[in-house]
Design a protein around this ligand. Structure first.
Ligand SMILES: [Zn+2]
Length: 343
């Protein structure tokens, strides 16, 4: 029972000059090949999701809209989200591939895995594509696990530097999914949501946890958020499966953001999540690629996640630390613990 990987680079979902393009995944794949790590993983073949699988999460109208834009030859879905003639088909492959990987984990064929897929998903809401995302891959995998394998409680951790507004939207009133998003939050930073006051509605109240970091949050802020907040919440929630929206745009060198994680920080976070999965849900853990726009940070970030999944003890960190110091997140973490943790 080792680790598995699915790779679906969606070459024909491409727009010249756009930061979210197939070159991202090609960079990851060539590093994994160079480091000769692929042979240690069981490789899962990408498959398209059925419309029924997509509609576990999205409104039929949304699915039709994306299909229609592709049939028309492509176009813009919103100011920064594009669709080509092939995007509808490829977005279905991204979602289907993570479902296929989920199947391998839940049938016990592998103990954990990573989906290196695109277009990314965590900004896609029930009825809306946005932020480079068409269908919400991780949410579809969560619903698939619940429907096909009767999994009752799922923890989704989102460490992409942007708020996972789509995943939040989908599970906002649902106590069966504990959604935890760590992200940068300030008035001019995309998508503008994810304040700590957004923590669910109705039965879902308390099952959305937002960790809105200030500019300059880095390794110690992220690691402390796990030990002081996410671990106790997960212990209480007792997930049967852990899914991770893994964006690598919180790395200090990423051109789209201003957090200061290092590659070593990504490795350490993965180790913490692995421990959580070992303790709480028989190792069942799936990483799903979201953002990450500096190719070196992205590809070494993914490599470090895989090295940790395979039980390797040390990260590879050719980029080192940010030239700027990491900002102190103590006040924020104290406030969040008061807000989210019982006395
Ligand atoms: Zn992002």
């Amino acid at each position: 029972m080792g680790s598995c990987l699915v790779y679906a680079p969606a070459q024909d979902h491409n727009e010249p000059g756009h930061p979210e393009n197939p070159g991202r995944l090609e960079a990851i794949y060539s590093l994994l090949k160079k480091e000769e790590i692929l042979g240690q993983l069981s490789i899962v073949e990408p498959v398209p999701a059925s419309i029924g699988q997509i509609e576990l999460v999205h409104n039929p109208g949304h699915v039709k809209r994306i299909e229609h834009i592709s049939i028309q030859g492509g176009g813009r879905v919103d100011a920064d989200t594009y669709c080509t003639a092939e995007s509808y088909r490829l977005a279905r492959i991204a979602a289907g591939s993570i479902c296929e990987l989920t199947e391998k984990i839940l049938t016990g064929e592998s103990k954990n895995g990573i989906s290196i897929i695109r277009p990314p998903g965590h900004h896609a809401e029930i009825d809306r594509a946005m932020g480079f995302c068409l269908f919400n891959n991780i949410a579809i995998a969560a619903r698939y696990a619940q429907k096909m394998h009767n999994i009752r409680r799922i923890l989704i951790i989102d460490f992409d530097v942007h708020h996972g507004n789509g995943t939040q939207d989908i599970f906002y009133s649902d106590p069966s999914v504990l959604f935890v998003s760590l992200h940068l939050f300030h008035p001019f930073f995309y998508p503008g949501t994810g304040d700590a006051s957004e923590n669910g509605v109705g039965d879902g109240r308390g099952y959305t946890i937002n960790i809105p970091f200030g500019v300059g949050a880095g390794d110690s802020g992220y690691i402390r958020a796990f030990s002081e907040l996410i671990n106790p919440l997960a212990n209480e929630f007792k997930p049967e499966l852990i899914l991770v929206s893994a964006g690598f745009d919180a790395h200090w060198i990423d051109p789209l953001a201003a957090a200061r994680l290092t590659l070593t920080g990504y490795f350490q976070m993965t180790q913490l999540i692995l421990k959580m999965a070992e303790k709480l849900c028989q190792d069942r853990l799936i990483f799903c690629l979201e953002g990450g726009y500096n190719y070196e940070a992205l590809s070494f970030g993914v490599l470090n996640v895989i090295r940790a999944l395979l039980g390797n003890d040390n990260p590879l960190d050719p980029l080192g630390k940010s030239p700027m110091p990491e900002a102190d997140m103590t006040n924020l973490l104290t406030q969040l613990c008061q807000l989210y943790l019982p006395e």
